[in-house]
Design a protein around this ligand. Structure first.
Ligand SMILES: Nc1ncnc2c1ncn2[C@@H]1O[C@H](COP(=O)(O)OP(=O)(O)OP(=O)(O)O)[C@@H](O)[C@H]1O
Length: 534
């Protein structure tokens, strides 16, 4: 059964007028857009910043709708940010649309670059906003987490928490649309609890009211209790309760997979148990881990059930001695350690994946046998850019393979030259496609021609062009969405439920996006020079 549509998506404002509150921010945004319409832009880019759930992303999307602009949207916090900004957002920001109207470039989570120490991404974003020929909107929660140079090059527009009366008004409208009879006092309670976060208010209302004819106080209380079913409460039930079924059921409401939950139980077991209880507890946990291993090896998720029984009810049953007193639970230290090296590991794996794909060997083989070899090849000044272009390496990957830092001139030169090689190849492909085409005039039947070109005309060299690469693990997450007003792709289904910020795309959606990128590339065919003029 498909997951029910989140009300936050169902009722996402379609126009700027529908974005409630933050009148000054909306006026500033509109004024900036009008300056672009007059071709006298106040600034190339603006940063919409402020607390979560206050309508920043909605306002950016609504702006594109109101002005009938194409838009391309990317999540800037992705590990491959620098490369994707250079390859997708920069060309999009420097090329004209077929209609001649501006194309809005939206980069969500622009402040997360700093957190992931992605200096390459920050530098790419700075280049983007300084050289853009198209309007760019950066979205962030923390203005001061964004590099100062980036702040100086843009205009900041602040979004503030939404007033509870405004949230209550939105909740009332949703209740009416859903045909639910809602007591206004209850709506005010939900709105006040939301603390200025409209998304949170709408989510709370949905949790309490969906499927009901009338919203009652008890529904609200139950929904609140469910929300509070946090990992700490589940740990409490496991270690302190004496009903195995209850321990298992408590874990059902958690937003954690058994793979994550076992780390929590493992970390906190020595804090909660001692002596023989601790020994038995770890024995049970070890058995649970065996099932998790089988799930991973066989991809048989049915076995999660046994792993979950053992790590919740099983661990609870291992306790013979009743314990009292407060235990300060803590998150798994394994995660803390892994978090410190996660970035490096993800760069290493993504480089190995690209090498493996190109050499037709497994990721493991590429990692253990070929990485050093490729590193050596990259030290050859002449061949390095060509190799980096073939493998589609990012600056971080080149640096890792060469054992240097991404900021060094050597690495930057290879990366930039590789980008130029890729761009040249793209132009050649486009020219080839044009030559192949039997209908060279754009004016007549241009849409059909563009369709033909984008679907059939291009040789599909997946390895060189990540925008067209097969939706592997990494390309999936970084794939941007390109939208044209007439395609109607910007519907509510575009966002994955339950995820903050922009959605990760499914394979199908990512491929859809890639086809659109091709189309919009061709739509700007008239201005190919600027499109590839890095
Ligand atoms: N000002 C608003 N008016 C109407 N609806 C809103 C408003 N703010 C948020 N919402 C609702 O909350 C949802 C999430 O809002 P949105 O994604 O625009 O928030 P955001 O400020 O970009 O949050 P984040 O910083 O977490 O990305 C929207 O889909 C919409 O349903």
């Amino acid at each position: 059964m498909p997951a029910p549509l989140k009300w936050t998506e169902k009722y996402r404002p379609a126009t700027l007028k529908q974005v409630l509150g933050n009148g000054k921010a909306i006026d500033d945004l509109r004024e900036w857009a009008l300056s672009w319409e007059r071709s006298e832009p106040i600034t190339g880019a603006v940063i919409l910043y402020g607390p979560a759930g206050t309508g920043k992303t909605s306002a950016a999307l609504a702006l594109a709708h109101d002005f009938d602009w194409d838009y391309i949207e990317m999540n800037a916090s992705d590990a491959r940010t620098a490369g994707m900004i250079e390859k997708i957002a920069v060309p999009a920001s420097r090329s004209q649309t077929f209609s001649g109207k501006p194309r809005l470039v939206i980069l969500d989570e622009a402040d997360n670059l700093h957190g992931t120490a992605d200096r390459g991404g920050a530098a790419a974003m700075l280049r983007l906003v300084r050289n853009t020929l198209q309007p760019v909107i950066l979205i962030a929660n923390e203005y001061y987490e964004i590099d100062k140079s980036l702040r100086d090059a843009t205009r900041g527009i602040q979004f503030r928490s939404v007033r509870s009366t405004t949230i209550a008004q939105a909740l009332r409208a949703i209740c009416q649309a859903e045909g639910i009879d809602c007591n206004p006092d209850l709506l005010v309670t939900i709105a006040e609890r939301a603390g200025g976060d409209m998304r949170s208010g709408i989510n709370d209302l949905q949790a309490a009211a969906e499927g009901q004819e009338t919203l009652r106080e008890e529904d609200l209380a139950t929904a609140q209790r469910d929300v509070k079913s946090s990992i700490f409460r589940v740990l409490e039930v496991i270690y302190k309760g004496n009903n195995a079924k209850e321990a298992l059921e408590a874990s059902y409401n958690l937003d954690e997979s058994p793979e994550d939950l076992i780390n929590w139980v493992d970390e906190n077991l020595p804090l909660a148990y001692s002596g023989q209880d601790l020994l038995r507890g770890f024995e049970t946990l070890a058995r649970s881990d065996i099932f998790l291993g089988r799930v991973r090896r066989r991809q048989n998720y049915g076995l999660w059930r046994y792993a979950s029984y053992l790590m919740t009810g099983g661990v609870q049953a291992a306790k013979k001695e009743r314990r009292h007193g407060y235990v300060a639970f803590r998150p798994p230290s394994l995660w803390r350690r892994m978090g410190q090296t996660r970035k490096v590991r993800s760069i290493r794996d993504s480089a190995a994946r690209k090498i493996g794909r190109h050499c037709h060997v497994s990721l493991a083989f590429a990692r253990s046998e070929l990485m050093d070899f490729v590193g050596m090849l990259l030290k050859d000044k002449k061949g390095a850019p060509q190799l980096a272009a073939r493998l589609d390496l990012t600056a971080e990957e080149i640096a890792l393979l060469m054992g240097s830092s991404p900021g060094t001139k050597k690495v930057q030169n290879i990366f930039e030259e590789a980008m130029r090689i890729q761009s040249r190849e793209q132009i050649e492909e486009i020219e080839l496609a044009w030559r192949k085409s039997s209908q060279p005039t754009l004016n007549k039947r241009s849409d059909g021609l563009l369709q033909t070109l984008s679907v059939e005309g291009l040789p599909d060299d997946e390895t060189r062009h990540p925008a067209r690469a097969p939706a592997g693990q990494d390309s999936q997450s970084a794939a941007p969405s390109v939208h044209r007003p007439e395609t109607g792709l910007n519907g509510p289904e575009a966002k994955e439920p339950g995820r903050r910020g922009r959605p990760r795309k499914t394979e199908g959606e990512a491929n859809e996006g890639k086809k659109d990128i091709k189309e919009s590339t061709f739509k700007s065919g008239k201005r190919q020079k600027s499109l590839f003029d890095f």
